[in-house]
Design a binder for this molecule. Sequence first.
Ligand code: ATP
Ligand code: MG
Length: 245
Amino acid sequence: MLLRATNVSKSYKLGENELRALNEVSIDIPQQSFIVIHGKSGSGKSTLLNVLSGIEPVSSGSLYFNDESFSTMSERKRTLLRRDHFGIIFQNFNLLPVFTALENVCYPLSLLGVGDARRQGMDALERVGLANFHNHRPAQLSGGQMQRVAIARAIVSKPDVIFADEPTANLDTQTSDTIVELLAELNAESKVTFVIATHHDDFNPYATERYEMADGKMKGMVSKEVEELMSTERIEKNSVLETTL
Ligand SMILES: Nc1ncnc2c1ncn2[C@@H]1O[C@H](COP(=O)(O)OP(=O)(O)OP(=O)(O)O)[C@@H](O)[C@H]1O
Ligand SMILES: [Mg+2]
């Protein structure tokens, strides 16, 4: 299994009280899957992405990347794991305002000390259709373009997994559609796995598995196969009903 969480809990201290943002969550994420996580506001989606991607430590439970446990790793080691294997896309793009599009994309590579960072950065911008905008700063770009720069930044280091937290939440429907299609294409053409938290249904057609969270718990999973089976069964049941009526 590429990525696995077993009985992961995450609590935050709020004064005297403890808030359990994740409550014994388990999930298996196979390579090249396109995982979509739904759930109401406050259900724990962002927290789950933050612990799966190693941004935040868990309170209890285990996390594995390629069967290697990383839930007990030091923060430094977790940072290295994230740098080498994970890409992250946020709702609010998180671009550095003083940097150009290209500099934003190259930033992770410059941390890695990659020699031809500029060329790889341009390739990534080209892939998201923004090569001509490499000199623009975030303030000179539209929301959709900013999100595409953020996607270029996430793919530039060729990660194994990309986590996307509400990547279309701040975009209009049409722009949102192009982002959904771009992520689905990247999933299909390279081996990159996606884990996406979203309120929207736009990602559903591409999802290999969909999950629903509520109150910090994983409520259930619908796999594509099960869904297809259910829809054929429904058709069969309907036709049986029609013929018996
Ligand atoms: N750093 C934090 N400190 C304290 N509580 C937090 C922190 N981060 C999240 N929480 C709490 O954990 C719970 C889950 O939050 P989370 O952000 O994971 O929800 P979400 O499903 O992503 O919601 P949304 O759809 O609004 O983004 C919420 O009750 C939230 O208030
Ligand atoms: Mg969230």
